[in-house]
Design a binder for this molecule. Sequence first.
Ligand code: 4NP
Length: 157
Amino acid sequence: MAKRILFVCLGNICRSPLAEGLMLRLVRENGLDVFVDSAGTANYHVGEAPDARTVKNAKKHGFDLSALRARQFDIKDFDQFDMIFVMDKNNYRDLMRLAEGKQQAEKVHLFLEFTGNTSEHEMPDPYYGAEAHFENVFQLTLKACENLCELIKSHRI
Ligand code: 4NP
């Protein structure tokens, strides 16, 4: 059965849809049986396409995120997904408040920490940042998604 992975950030318009889009491509290219989705802890941007700056930066690198639409995290996601990767510690705290029991709580991991980034454990929020911040998030996300694919391919998760 397909492994089910959910990426979560605050608005679901910058960081987590980027992770979804990059991971979707890597999963396909590597022939992995993985279902990928993303969501936001907040409802501010539900139904919207990813932030124009995120879309533009990803397009520069050959990834088309324009068809993705934001949705809010739902407590049912704890049962629908095997692993939930949050972008920062605020997202982690928000999901811990919603988690019912150890089994649900243990599904949630900080994305960068889990994928072995030793210098940064939180994905910086680029929303109030400049172009360089979006590029930094892209590079961090690409590396983390590549590492996640390696973990899946080698059956370590
Ligand atoms: P994201 O970025 O959590 O990576 O999607 C943000 C999007 C929207 C807001 C903050 C961060 N906001 O305050 O509306």
